[in-house]
Design a protein around this ligand. Structure first.
Ligand SMILES: [Mn+2]
Length: 320
């Protein structure tokens, strides 16, 4: 952390980015970092490869997020947030490379490869939590804007302070933020209860097709493009669908398949307790945490499903 603080203090132009299909942590951590660097008088640009989901557009500064590096901006330092590998940055990676900037990697994924010139990688509830600690380390008094961004990052990555990644420290930070004037109920309404109706129409169809396997320990859902009249699925509409089957009694692993393209599926995995899904995602070239991971698998749906479920079931049996 000390060397990251030194690097930040001595540089002037920063680009902040996070992973493709940004979630509450990616957007929240990026904007918290943006406000903090602004308070230090730096020139900062937040740039994401994909659009910010509408539910996170209430976050202060969200309107300033760019989808390309502005032509008059040459970053000397890039802060990459919530990405376990550099690839997760997506399309912007190419643009960034042209500047050969100094790269700071801040992330909370166990599977982080340690890319970049400096990295701050610890298994915390959210990347937002690490950013908050870095902000404190920089001697910045967190503003209400920073608080709202960090609070949203932690709230969404802990499933509303329910998952096992919720720690004393994440609750302490949340409490400190409430002390800054951030209203927990208000943030939750904006971030968790402001989805478009379409989400629930699609969810209904997906839940109809919910399947149980591995003696009731695994539940899976799929969303295909025909549920959207063959159009590409807007990932922000189905974000978090994987969390619903987890709520079934006895289910240890929930799986969500999203058709990305013909014969290509994004697979999200969530588990309860000691059931580990990091290894399953890794088998298929993905990554993540013990209780939350993901990968992309090519092939016909029935085959993809069979392969993934078999691997999960094997993993669960090994543990017994
Ligand atoms: Mn995260």
């Amino acid at each position: 952390m000390t060397s990251i603080i030194e690097e930040i203090l001595k540089r002037d132009n920063f680009l902040i980015t996070a992973h493709i299909e940004p979630d509450g942590d990616a957007v929240g951590a990026s904007l918290a970092m943006f406000h903090a660097l602004k308070l230090l008088g730096k020139r900062v640009c937040v740039c994401l490869s994909d659009f910010v989901p509408p539910v996170y557009r209430f976050l202060p500064g969200a309107g300033k997020i760019e989808s390309n590096i502005p032509p008059d901006f040459s970053p000397e330092c890039v802060v990459i947030l919530d990405c376990s590998t550099l690839d997760r940055v997506g399309r912007l990676q190419k643009q960034i490379r042209l500047f050969s900037p100094f790269v700071i990697n801040i992330d909370h994924h166990q599977s982080n490869t340690g890319f970049g010139d400096l990295s701050l990688v610890r298994e915390t509830s959210a990347t937002g939590e690490l950013v908050y600690e870095l902000i404190k380390g920089l001697d910045i008094n967190p503003s209400k804007e920073i608080g709202m961004c960090v609070y949203t990052a932690i709230l969404t990555d802990t499933g509303g302070f329910r998952y096992r990644n919720t720690t004393r420290r994440s609750l302490r930070i949340a409490s400190e933020i409430v002390g800054l004037g951030v209203n927990p109920g208000e943030v939750a309404e904006r971030a968790c209860e402001s989805y478009p109706l379409e989400r629930f129409r699609v969810l209904g169809r997906a839940l109809e097709g919910l399947k149980m396997s591995c003696d009731g320990q695994v539940a899976d859902l799929v969303v295909t493009r025909d549920m959207f009249d063959g159009d590409d699925i807007n990932p922000s509409i189905v974000e978090g669908f994987v969390n619903y089957p987890r709520e079934i009694e006895g289910v240890l692993v929930s799986v969500f398949f999203r058709e990305k393209a013909e014969n290509q599926y994004r697979v999200s995995l969530r588990s309860k307790g000691n059931a580990d899904v990091a290894g399953v995602a890794k088998t298929f070239g993905g990554g993540g945490h013990k209780n939350a991971s993901g990968c992309t698998v090519d092939g016909e749906f029935e085959i993809v499903r069979e392969l993934v479920l078999r691997r999960i079931c094997e993993q669960l049996r090994e543990k017994e």
